[in-house]
Ligand binder design. Sequence first.
Ligand code: PGA
Length: 259
Amino acid sequence: MDGAAAAPGSTTRLRVESVDGPEAAAERVLREVEATVASHPRGLISFATGGTYKAFFPKLAAAINSGQLPMASLLCTHLDEYLGYGPERPGGMVHELVTACPPLADLLRQGSFLPVPGEGDAPSLEAHRQRLQRAGGIRLQLLGIGRNGHLAFNEPGAPFDGTFRKVQLSESTRRDAEARFRSLDPEGPGVPTEAASAGLGDIQSAGRLILVALGAAKADAVHAMLHGPVDPSCPASVVRRHPDALVLLDAAAAGRAVV
Ligand code: PGA
């Protein structure tokens, strides 16, 4: 299945590769991060959260702790944050990232991890966007995909030129996050209804995109991303407009996406 997918409506030839599963995907992504850091020290790397990257963050932590990835060369950020969730609050994306990869807590303290502000107000999000720009813009953007084709919290219908903003979560996205919130905070209020998210325009402006999809639950979304129209009905289809995007799929996620 490896190769370039010439999907209808594409303006670029997207690179699609198969991976054997979460561990292999994590290794592949780590190599990409290492290559980015080697070619662009302090180039901004933007992480995605979620189950897709569960195997990646311990490997990232090990690479940083062993010195294989020099801490001083790392500058990072991420895609989105639940509204009202600061870095210390379990359930939040920054909390998930620093828990999965403890060296990120040091980077946060040093100001080398730029967190998405969970307040969600327009001035704080615009300030965040400008901070990313001052840091040279995002060099490497890691992405997952939602079952409904969302990218970050850009749900179907989100504009391709959107920037950081407050968004409403779709019901399917909230359902998918239920188990995660129940395990983190069983007595808590459950899945938030709103988040602050990078827009599809922000994502498009990254130097390189890597999207990972694992498991059969993603197969329909992957098929729509690669073979459906390039339009906001499938936000992830925007990757087909990017000049330097790589999609990594395991066999189950690729099930319907023969390329
Ligand atoms: P997941 O989420 O990695 O937990 O499947 C990805 C997403 O919804 O974007």
